[in-house]
Structure formats: structure tokens, C-alpha cells
Design a protein around this ligand. Structure first.
Ligand SMILES: [Zn+2]
Length: 255
């Protein structure tokens, strides 16, 4: 079933809202019990012999017959026009009872349960669509979308090339497996850096929001300026060092 996500969603649409379905079921049982109390008191004679001898038996027969017959409980009980030929009040009460039971228990409550399941299924289907869209349009490693990669990359790179060659997620998994297999005493500098990050469940070693093929991620003006400034600082420091060495040599000569 894991191979068919849509089928899994069908099961999940019943399983995920189980609490809500259970509570609705409990409410349904309570309604049925109230109806049973009423029918046990008023329509005892409408039940076939032996189906309403005690409150418990009466409840079980109501529960059992409620969903088996087309008109709910009304289809199970004896025909009111035969049983209450001479009792108009009970005839009217049976009319109200049968219809009210049918509308509340069969139509409203069952449709609420169906609604909960359909709503959940709709939500799950949307999630699946979003997930599939992410899989097709977003790089799993850097998180850049298809449009950014294809429009802003240096060689106008194809998105499938990017996710199969530059940021192929399985290469990252192979690398993690390779690190796990390798003796830590033989790690190179980069490998021990990544291994430490893995142990700390830190994913900053992934190129998050960075791709070598994108101009905007690397080599922009600001970064170039920083690099130039650092280089000039380095040169100045070297000059200062030379001057100091010269001064030191002069002092030593004078001594
Ligand atoms: Zn990427």
C-alpha cells in the first residue's frame, strides 16, 4: 500500500479522524438510546414478539435494525396503521418517531461521518499534490525551484541536470553511508567536519539555498568587495611585518 499513496490516503482518511468519528458514533448511540427509551415506553407493541422484552433487548434490536432497513427503524417496526388502528395519538406519535429517527440518525449523523471522511480525504489529496509538486519542481538539496535554476544559472542549466548531477540527493546519502563505514581515525578534514555535523543532527553542511550554478549565490559584487578588502589587509600586514623585521635587524646591528 506504501507503493500507492492514493490508496494509503483512502485508509488514512478513515484512520486520521478516528477520534472525531468515534465521538460522532458515541453521539449516535446516545440518540439511539433516547429513541429506544421512548419506543420501549410508548411503542412496545410495535416490535415483533421477543424483540423488546427488556430495555437492553429493545436497544439491541433498534441498533441492529436501524441501518438494515430502507426507512430506518420504521421499516423494522410493525405497520402503524395495523397496530394503532384505534389509537390516533399513537399513530401520530409513530409518524413523528419514524421520520425523526430516520432524519436524525440515518440522514444527518451518517452524512456527518461521511463528511468527515471526505474532508480528510480531500486534505490528504491536496497534501499529496503539494508533495508531488515539490518533488518535481524543487531541488531536494538546495531548495531552489525549477524556475530559478533554469533562468538564473550561469549556463542556463537544465533543472533535471541540476538534480541528477549537481545536487543528486542519493550522492549525499552515499556520502553519509561512506562516512559511517569509514574508520573515524582516517577521516580527512572535510570528512570529520561533516561527521561532526551528522552526529549533532546539523544540516548546515548541506548547500542550503546555495547552488554553484547560480550567479546570485556566488561571486556577487558584495562578496567580491569583501575578498578584495581581505587581500589588501593581508598585504598591509605583510608590509608591516617586513618593516618590523628591518627595524629589528637595525637595532641588532647597532648593538
Ligand atoms: Zn540544488
Amino acid at each position: 500500500m506504501i507503493r500507492f499513496p492514493l490508496l494509503l490516503n483512502v485508509v488514512k482518511s478513515v484512520w486520521n479522524p478516528r477520534k472525531m468519528i468515534l465521538y460522532t458514533g458515541l453521539l449516535l448511540l446516545i440518540f439511539m438510546f433516547v429513541f429506544t427509551v421512548f419506543s420501549y415506553r410508548v411503542f412496545y407493541e410495535s416490535y415483533n414478539a421477543g424483540f423488546c422484552d427488556s430495555m437492553w433487548i429493545c436497544f439491541l434490536s433498534t441498533l441492529d435494525s436501524a441501518f438494515k432497513y430502507d426507512q430506518g427503524i420504521g421499516g423494522f417496526l410493525k405497520n402503524p396503521y395495523e397496530v394503532y388502528q384505534d389509537d390516533e395519538v399513537k399513530l401520530v406519535l409513530r409518524f413523528i418517531f419514524d421520520n425523526f429517527f430516520n432524519i436524525l440518525v440515518i440522514i444527518v449523523m451518517l452524512n456527518i461521518v461521511a463528511g468527515i471522511i471526505i474532508d480528510t480525504f480531500g486534505e490528504l489529496r491536496e497534501q499529496l499534490q503539494e508533495y508531488n509538486q515539490d518533488l518535481e519542481n524543487q531541488c531536494f538539496i538546495c531548495g531552489h525551484d525549477k524556475e530559478t535554476i533554469e533562468k538564473e544559472s550561469i549556463n542556463l542549466q537544465n533543472f533535471s541536470d541540476h538534480i541528477k548531477k549537481e545536487h543528486y540527493q542519493w550522492y549525499y546519502l552515499f556520502y553519509i553511508a561512506y562516512l559511517r563505514e569509514k574508520d573515524p581515525t582516517e577521516y580527512t578534514g572535510i570528512e570529520s567536519y561533516v561527521a561532526d555535523k551528522l552526529d549533532a543532527v546539523d544540516i548546515t553542511w548541506f548547500p542550503l539555498n546555495k547552488a554553484l550554478c547560480l550567479k546570485k549565490d556566488f561571486g556577487n559584487e558584495e562578496e567580491k568587495n569583501i575578498v578584495t578588502s581581505l587581500e589588501s589587509i593581508k598585504e598591509n600586514a605583510q608590509e608591516l611585518k617586513n618593516i618590523l623585521v628591518e627595524i629589528q635587524t637595525e637595532i641588532e646591528e647597532e648593538d
